[in-house]
Design a binder for this molecule. Structure first.
Ligand code: BGP
Length: 503
């Protein structure tokens, strides 16, 4: 077999999030989180009005209705895939594939039900002790996100989430509690999942709750507020990094951004200028977390737009001291940029490109499939920071159909992943330092954006539908046996030659 481009000890695995797998939203002493109020979103039928609000968020009015009458709503993140009760079976399936790393998140409100309680909830702490022990028993390193789209509701309702420094302080205490409790069990930490998505969805990313203003999306725009929230989260992240280094020098802690790699629609210089504008809005987040200071371009843009960040004494020193050990990204697709003719550009505020790339096929959910873009983006990131990189998410959400034997022939998923892993290998051969790859959704899990179960990513099929029906039992898809081969060959054997694949 040919020489592997992947280094010895490369961390092959998969990624999940507490709000999308755990369920047991009101068990074990857990308090409410913002994610508990995401309702199932199904794409509107022809002619039905489009919903402009990000599907996984809520206005104050919607939250009020859902809190008062939960029986009237379908909120699948309260169920997840019942990982809370089934984690041994589910992790066992990943161990069977030979996973080296398991990306998961801790539900903050399982540790501090209100986010800022005087003492932590021991039942919550013990649950993650058991999960980490099971990971190690199976030979998997847990890689743990501290906050993955599930800000404690109390902090959201009482303080506006990360709009308040109270939440920054609460996050620091929560992070410190985790570092002390799990020292020696967790070697890899991430602070915030997709911290740059605050520009699109500050409810989901930062716990901001706004009243419905009749505009269709009260979270649109509001850049002063969003950049103040971003600053507060940068400080929270940096404080966590500093605490982690103090408490557990053997651990590594990174950031996590949703990588938005942009292509100019044409060779028209203006279109390339639009790429520059968009890149500035996105590089900004990893620039601060990796370099520890506000970059020139954002200072100019703030000044031009009257944005003034309120800082507390010492913030700039904290940002400088609290830079991350590594970078992590989610990579799903690339985007097309067309010059908008604005002398004063604004963030696009959209994660899924509306301009189609005619050279790329798309998933059933309209996400362009661009493996070469993966290699491009990794070179761009490494060229900018020269820090190790972990792939925190990459995968294909599709409808999977089971045959009469309960088997799923997900050749489309094998094809997607094989092409992306091949390009990942080329990026490493280019000299990019990548130390691990976590495919998103190794077990089917509740979609972040739409709360659907039918948008499946997994190597493992979970028998559950969008409405909570099913046994929640696990079975193996064709890709299960394929990925097991990929891991065993350290990324060399990507051939789809699986013939026999019992469910
Ligand atoms: C990212 C989130 C993940 C995951 C992924 C796939 O933004 O970090 O939580 O859900 O998107 O998106 P979806 O689940 O909506 O298909």
């Amino acid at each position: 077999m040919s020489e592997s481009p992947f280094p010895e000890g490369f961390l092959w695995g998969g990624a999940t999030a507490a709000n999308q797998i755990e369920g047991a939203y009101n068990e074990g002493g857990r308090g409410f989180a913002t994610s508990d109020f995401s309702v199932l979103f199904k794409k509107p039928k022809e002619g039905e009005p489009e919903n402009h609000l990000p599907h996984n968020c809520a206005t104050a009015q919607q939250l009020g209705e859902r809190r008062a009458h939960p029986e009237r709503f379908n909120m699948p993140k309260r169920r997840g895939i019942d990982f809370y009760h089934r984690y041994k079976e589910q992790l066992g399936m990943l161990g069977e594939m030979g996973f080296k790393v398991f990306r998961m998140s801790i539900s903050w409100s399982r540790i501090f039900p209100n986010g800022d309680d005087p003492v932590p909830n021991e039942e919550g702490l013990a649950f993650y002790d058991a999960v980490f022990d099971e990971c190690h028993r199976l030979g998997m390193e847990p890689l743990v996100t501290l906050c993955h789209f599930d800000t404690p509701l109390h902090l959201a309702e009482e303080y506006g989430g990360f709009a308040s420094r109270h939440t920054v302080d609460a996050f620091e205490r929560y992070a410190e509690t985790c570092f002390r409790r799990y020292k020696g069990k967790v070697k890899y930490w991430l602070t915030f999942n997709e911290i740059n998505n605050v520009l699109t969805n500050p409810y989901t990313c930062s716990g901001l709750i706004l009243p419905d203003d009749g505009s269709g999306n009260p979270y649109a725009g509001k850049w002063q507020l969003k950049y103040q929230i971003s600053h507060n989260q940068f400080v929270a992240s940096a404080k966590a990094v500093i605490k982690c280094h103090e408490i557990d020098p053997g651990a590594k802690i990174g950031n996590m951004t949703c990588r938005l790699e942009n292509y100019a629609e044409t060779s028209r210089p203006e279109d390339q200028l639009q790429v520059l504008f968009e890149d500035h809005f996105n590089w900004f987040y990893s620039d601060i977390q990796a370099k520890g200071e506000y970059p020139y371009y954002i200072r100019s843009w703030f000044k031009k737009n009257g944005i003034e960040i309120e800082m507390e004494p010492g913030d700039e020193e904290i940002l400088k001291k609290g830079t991350v050990d590594f970078l992590s990204i989610s990579y799903y697709m690339t985007y097309i940029m067309r010059y908008k003719g604005l002398e004063n550009p604004m963030p696009s505020g959209s994660l899924v490109t509306h301009l189609k790339n005619r050279y790329l096929e798309m998933s059933a959910w309209g996400w362009p499939i661009d493996p070469i873009g993966f290699r491009i983006t990794l070179n761009h990131i490494y060229d900018r920071y020269h820090l190790p990189i972990f792939i925190a998410e990459n995968g294909l959400g599709q409808r999977d159909e089971r045959d009469s034997k309960g088997r799923v022939a997900d050749d489309y998923r094998i094809d997607y992943l094989a092409r992306h892993i091949e390009q990942l290998g080329k990026a490493i051969e280019d000299g990019v330092d990548v130390f691990g790859y976590a495919s998103w959704g190794p077990l089917d899990e509740v979609s972040s954006g739409t709360s659907e179960m039918v948008k499946r990513y997994g190597f493992v099929y979970v028998d559950a539908d969008d409405y909570g029906n099913g046994t929640y039992d696990c079975s193996r898809k064709k890709s299960f046996y394929w990925y097991k081969k990929v891991i065993a060959s350290n990324g060399v054997d990507l051939a789809n030659d699986i013939v026999d694949y019992p469910a």
